[in-house]
Design a protein around this ligand. Sequence first.
Ligand code: KE4
Length: 428
Amino acid sequence: MSTERSISAFARARNVIAGGVNSPVRAFRAVGGSPVFMKSGAGARMRSLDDREYLDYVLSWGPLILGHAHPDVVKAITAAAARGSSFGTPTEAESELAELIVAMVPSIERVRFTSSGTEATMSAVRLARGFTGRDAIVKFAGCYHGHGDAFLIAAGSGALTNGVPNSPGVPEGVARDTIVLPYNDAAAVRGAFEANPDRIAAVIVEPYAGNMGLVLPEAGYLQALRELCTQYGALLIFDEVMTGFRVGRGGAQERENVLPDLTTLGKVIGGGLPVGAFGGRADVMDLLSPAGPVYQAGTLSGNPLAMAAGIATLKAIRDDATLFERLEVLTKLLTEGLTAVFDKHGVAQTTAYAGSMFGLFFTAGPVRDLTGAMTSDTERYKKYFHGMLDRGIYLAPAQFEAGFVSTAHTVKDVEQTIEAADEVLATL
Ligand code: KE4
């Protein structure tokens, strides 16, 4: 199967773009080989420069819950573009998308849009520090909250994949204010608060951790975080950049019935265009400039084209009563089918799914935190990834990522995937 055009495209890119990519995980460093360059997408599939079609379970790392080039999204972006791409003034589209988010996400009363998830998490932490007057934050090993300095300590996703979970360039002064704890360990959080009773501004957590592979919270864990933050006067921040509108209409907070003080969003709310957001309690959000003193800004925040794509996507989610039920059924079918073929071939695996996201570790597990995730056989994952890629199935080019299903995926697609896995596992 030819990838010549992608290989020469990567050589061209490396001459002018750092590492040849604009986000590290795309470079295939974790799985080896040369990244496949895509030129188009439609529904559940992408087409490469070499005109090879791939069934896509990355979906731009989560945003494309309706699949590639959904007609409603394309129409909305096209119409918005014809009216002008940006005004630098308020527009009603921003209020319309904000109203959709406020209506569906239980804890959000006010929203501020950004152009990426990283901006959203950076801003949410600054707001929490401004609101509490405290400096420290708690994050969890293996969780990824974007590339802000405060988060690149024991970070997941590409930082973990590329073996640099503690990035150079993060000053000691910043790292000192980030307390890193194991995920799924409420006692460790209690201990951190007892040792720092008035120092912790916020606990930021991926309620379903999707950046070390998929690790779900154990019963009572998120509620324990909620109670400890309330008890010690810290804010609880749910980073739902990945889980928002992906695991359910109201995100993980609705599924788990745990209300954070602030929530960060991204990915799905932009429908494939650059949008991040943070929101939550009105009394906290109203501390943001210009209403309050905590500064935060962005030239293209609330961009009309991005808002149009987000509105079209969230309206489709809002108006389709069975959308998440159908997505979860399909994701369950995929996950259980993969488990069955792994067991058939005697290959150790630990799978998890929630809504339309799923994870698969090459380890017998259990996987409840980063330590468990790191027992995964990444060499085997490499071979599995390329075996599936050769059969036209595009999975995350890194073990420490989650997979995603869209409304464009079908039962037939899932059956094709399981058959491909059956063939590949026979070769491992
Ligand atoms: P962005 O700045 O990449 O839009 O969002 C950062 C972010 C924040 N919080 C969570 C929970 C996230 O998953 C992310 C970004 N996710 C990765 C995928 N694991 C983005 C992919 C990439 O870095 O290219």
